[in-house]
Design a protein around this ligand. Structure first.
Ligand SMILES: NC(=O)c1ccc[n+]([C@@H]2O[C@H](COP(=O)([O-])OP(=O)(O)OC[C@H]3O[C@@H](n4cnc5c(N)ncnc54)[C@H](O)[C@@H]3O)[C@@H](O)[C@H]2O)c1
Length: 357
């Protein structure tokens, strides 16, 4: 990338977008980095000061409105991080916002890329994989977590996690559907207009500056409850907290995306599963143990055996493809994610108390 180029990060005041914009600015000092955000997510306003101090320009705008996406001169790359990122979005409420933001918004970003010949890195989600096959993975119930059995009937699943070969047919939540539909359009724009794009299907991303909510940002929520108090429940799958996720430190994701931004011509057309992998996986029950260990606090955790809509017992990323193509693997452990997040929460207690639900 040349120094007179501009990078646009949409959702650039969010958890990932803001840290990515700051990281890109730091690593490419001469370059202009613009963060666009409508500040819908509570707490994203706290990032504005950091963006300013880091030399990132902030643009208050909404990806749903094409008029808010300026045709910036020398725009070389759009990193699409804006979203309504909750898997529960649309349940018991209108689906309009999640559809307009995640799908129309992504298409508007594609239109901007088409008009300016910018490349795109799209932050997609593991939730593009449909619910029924995910719930059909054969699991064994252990003392503290579910584990994947060696014999599986579905493609793309093994003890190493879930790969890009996993089936894509079936319902997946409106969040997953809007992200998957955006991926479909990215492929069409690549085919029809020569768009250079990379798609990262991220599992759970965690770390400092995540404004955890009950419906999104589970790790931040779990940690903040241990620090500041409040109720937690093991919901679904027997109510014992055996469901498993892998978690990736946001810093690891930044390293990967910065690498991809520099290698877009080599990596264009790729879709990767990206996550913490088996080593960085934990059940909720195990996460509780880690939170107790790091914070020194114990809180009561209730049991609610009934599943929530769109919930799944197991998701762990198989990072083989991204490791082979990008030479990337997660560096930070689960314990580091928890201790870094605890430190950030303690340092920013006053500002965060009313934001972290
Ligand atoms: N955090 C995770 O665990 C995770 C996992 C998989 C994928 N992702 C994806 O990564 C991206 C970033 O997620 P995040 O965790 O930083 O979430 P976030 O909610 O912290 O950030 C998203 C940002 O987008 C902004 N936004 C929402 N609607 C907008 C709109 N219409 N126009 C402009 N800005 C808008 C919000 O204000 C927020 O600042 C999202 O695309 C999400 O789907 C995140």
């Amino acid at each position: 990338m040349h120094s007179d180029e501009t990078i646009l990060v949409t959702g650039g005041a969010g958890f990932i977008g803001a840290q990515l914009a700051l990281e890109l600015k730091e690593r490419h000092t001469g370059k202009r980095v613009v963060a666009l955000d409508n500040l819908k997510r509570r707490g994203s306003e706290l990032n504005l000061k950091r963006l300013k101090e880091g030399g990132v320009e902030f643009l208050h705008g909404d990806v749903r409105e094409m008029a808010d996406l300026p045709e910036i001169v020398n725009l070389s790359l759009i990193i699409e991080c804006s979203a309504e990122p909750s898997v529960l979005a649309g349940f018991g409420e209108s689906p309009r916002y999640v559809i307009a933001s995640n799908l129309t918004g992504a298409i508007n970003c594609l239109e901007l890329a088409r008009k300016t010949s910018a490349a795109m890195i799209f932050l997609s989600t593991s939730r593009v994989y449909p619910l029924r096959p995910l719930c059909g993975i054969k699991l064994k119930e252990g003392e503290t977590r579910f584990t994947v059995l060696p014999e599986q009937t579905l493609p793309g699943v093994s003890e190493a996690g879930i790969s890009e070969a996993f089936p894509l047919e079936g319902a997946r939540s409106l969040y997953g559907a809007t992200k998957y539909a955006a991926e479909v359009f990215i492929n069409e724009y690549a085919q029809m207009y020569g768009l250079r794009a990379i798609v990262n299907r991220c599992g759970v991303i965690a770390g400092p500056w995540q404004m955890g909510r009950i419906d999104q940002g589970i790790m931040a929520l779990w940690i903040s409850r241990h620090l500041f108090g409040g109720a937690l429940s093991y919901i679904g799958f027997g109510g014992k907290g055996l469901q498993v996720r892998d978690m990736l430190h946001v810093r690891d994701l930044l390293d990967l995306v910065v690498y991809q931004a520099n290698e877009i011509d080599k990596l264009k057309g790729h879709t990767f599963n990206v996550g913490g992998g088996v080593t960085n996986s934990a059940s909720l029950y195990e996460l509780t143990g880690l939170c107790r260990h790091v914070t020194g606090n114990s809180i009561e955790i209730r049991s609610a055996p009934e599943e929530r809509p769109a919930d799944i017992p197991y998701y762990v990323t198989d990072n083989t493809a991204v490791r082979q193509a990008c030479g990337w693997s997660p560096r930070y452990s689960l314990e580091t994610i928890v201790s870094d997040t605890v430190r950030w929460m303690r340092d920013n207690q006053e500002a965060l108390r009313s934001i972290l639900e």
